[in-house]
Design a binder for this molecule. Sequence first.
Ligand SMILES: [Ca+2]
Ligand SMILES: [Ca+2]
Ligand SMILES: [Ca+2]
Length: 400
Amino acid sequence: MPLRSTLAVLIALLALGSVGPASASAAVSLGQTARAGAGCDATAAIAQTASGAPEYAVRIAGVITELRTEDVAVAGRRLHVFRPRGSNSYAVLASVAVTPGSGVIRVPVRVTVQPGDVLGLSTGPAPDPHPNCVIPGSATSTRDAFAYRDTAPAPDSGEVTLTDARFGRVNVAATLEPDGDSDGFGDETQDACGDDPTRTAQPCSADLLVTQLPVETDIERDDVNVITIFVRNNGSSLARDVRVTAPLPPGLQLVATTPSSGACAASAPLDCTLPTIAAGATGSVLAVVRATSTGDKAFTATAASRTPDPNEANNSSTLQFDVKARRSVVSPGAFCRVPRLLGLNRTSARRALEAAGCRLGLTSRRRFRSGRFSRVKLQSIPARVRVATGTRVNITLRRR
Ligand SMILES: [Ca+2]
Ligand SMILES: [Ca+2]
Ligand SMILES: [Ca+2]
């Protein structure tokens, strides 16, 4: 049924519904297209302010990458994205021309949107009416409200005032993609790297750099040492699924591991996965090892990520150290040389103490109850002190 060009004012009866999560995780479709629908007035601008179903309003921030309509017979049709400004005013976020044709007509766009933004269209000048402007049968549903004016199409930019209202669902649809890095390019079809605002045409790039730092540079057989494996992301993109591996050379036993995030395999070889390392950030794995034989040892740690790395040469680091025989006249096992526990989680601290011949004493937590990311801040007996076997060492944990 063709729409009348009266100035009937209607109130949008349908609320837009609750707002969803802050950003979309996958592309969603907005609006609807169809053929053989009702016509519209000439030179009108229309914003779909409410609809029963499907949703014409953006509920999750992202980028609209395509606008669609169907079976347009007359030149002058334009598709829009509007941002309601209140008082019947709408900012024009997008205004694209439609080439008349049959079937679904797709127009690629790149429009950053936020929750509350709505789809709309403009019709060209006479001949009037403009067919297939409104979805068949929807013009009678009070659940489908739109605001409009019939004096001119919407401008390509700026604002438009749509003071009148009617019922109907307009013949426009859109694809809304997530934009996780907020660069204004839809992450699924427009952005070669959705984890990096500086890259849109080029794939992601995360140059991982591995270095190691041992607590002890000079150890004796049966000593416990803590090696920190640092993984720095020197690239501009987020590094995902960073896997840190290190085989144990003969005579070196893996006692425990503490990753800065993620998790490690329960036993040797060292195999940890840090879920993400941001650009410019550094992740780490603390490896507690115990020397079980004397001689030269080489401990090589390697990092890999599913994010492309432009320089694989710096993804490994080898730590060389020489394990001496016990200089003490006391037989091994008769004392505990207290290991350095700083930065270890509670489980690693307990294992390090037990591997050295001590025991974990009391655990105190400062200003928080618990947490898997709590780390040792203080130990009651300093590192390198020799105490009787079985001596308890108390620790204080803090949030990492
Ligand atoms: Ca993006
Ligand atoms: Ca990007
Ligand atoms: Ca690298």
